[in-house]
Ligand binder design. Structure first.
Ligand SMILES: [Zn+2]
Length: 228
């Protein structure tokens, strides 16, 4: 009998996807040694980057990003599993790691509301889950914030950002978000969560919608930051 590769997809990897050493736990398909080799981001660098492209001066209180995106490396493989490989549990495990990083980054004032960047409804139906919501759930296991999914809304399905210039990306996501029930976020301390920050245009567009709806300080947290 031939076992289809689709069937094999249901098995949890027992070896690290990077170095093939046997795994002790199955929360993530990467061993602790390989996980530790992914380069950490200096929060100041991510903050400066977003500041530079923030031409409409949307107030961003702070930016935390966990790792540099490593093309063809461990993080890119993990991200592929998370985004296209139907592995929602990896999102929660990665969010937990982010949560510990955030806890160290905000020792005193932890944001009250965790708001993931939403997917358009059509894309959510295709994928079955929003990877940013899973990261937010993992973060919420470590820091005491409430997950809010029904205030920020993606108005239209933006085309893929891949291959677009910086200006094209900004146009692509401009006014892509709106808000509902703005009273729920009035003056609240927000943590806006996304998986990968590339230009930051999506994050700024979402932050603008939250700011215009009356949110308090907006902080940004992403799993990865693409180095230019
Ligand atoms: Zn490994």
């Amino acid at each position: 009998m031939r076992i289809s590769s689709h069937f094999l997809d249901f098995f949890i990897p027992v070896r690290c996807i990077t170095c093939s050493s046997p795994l002790q736990t199955h929360q993530l398909p990467v061993c602790p040694v390989c996980l530790n080799t992914i380069e950490k981001v200096d929060p100041k660098e991510a903050e400066n980057h977003l500041e530079q492209i923030n031409s409409s001066q949307i107030p961003i209180h702070s930016v935390y990003t966990h790792w540099y995106f490593d093309h063809a490396g461990t993080l890119q493989n993990l991200h592929q599993y998370l985004k296209y490989g139907n592995r929602p549990s990896y999102g929660i495990a990665l969010g937990t790691l982010m949560g510990h990083g955030l806890k160290a980054y905000y020792p005193s004032s932890v944001p009250e509301l965790l708001i993931p960047i939403p997917l358009h409804r059509r894309r959510l139906l295709q994928r079955g889950y929003n990877q940013s919501t899973l990261l937010a759930k993992g973060i919420a296991e470590v820091i005491e914030g409430s997950l809010i999914e029904d205030v920020l809304v993606r108005k239209r399905s933006t085309r893929s950002q891949t291959g677009l210039t910086h200006e094209e990306r900004q146009q692509n996501v401009a006014a892509a978000f709106s808000t509902k029930k703005p009273e729920r976020i009035t003056k609240k301390h927000i943590l806006l969560i996304d998986d990968v920050m590339t230009t930051g245009a999506t994050i700024l567009s979402a932050a603008k919608a939250l700011h215009e709806a009356g949110a308090g300080p907006i902080n940004v947290a992403t799993l990865a930051f693409t180095r230019r």
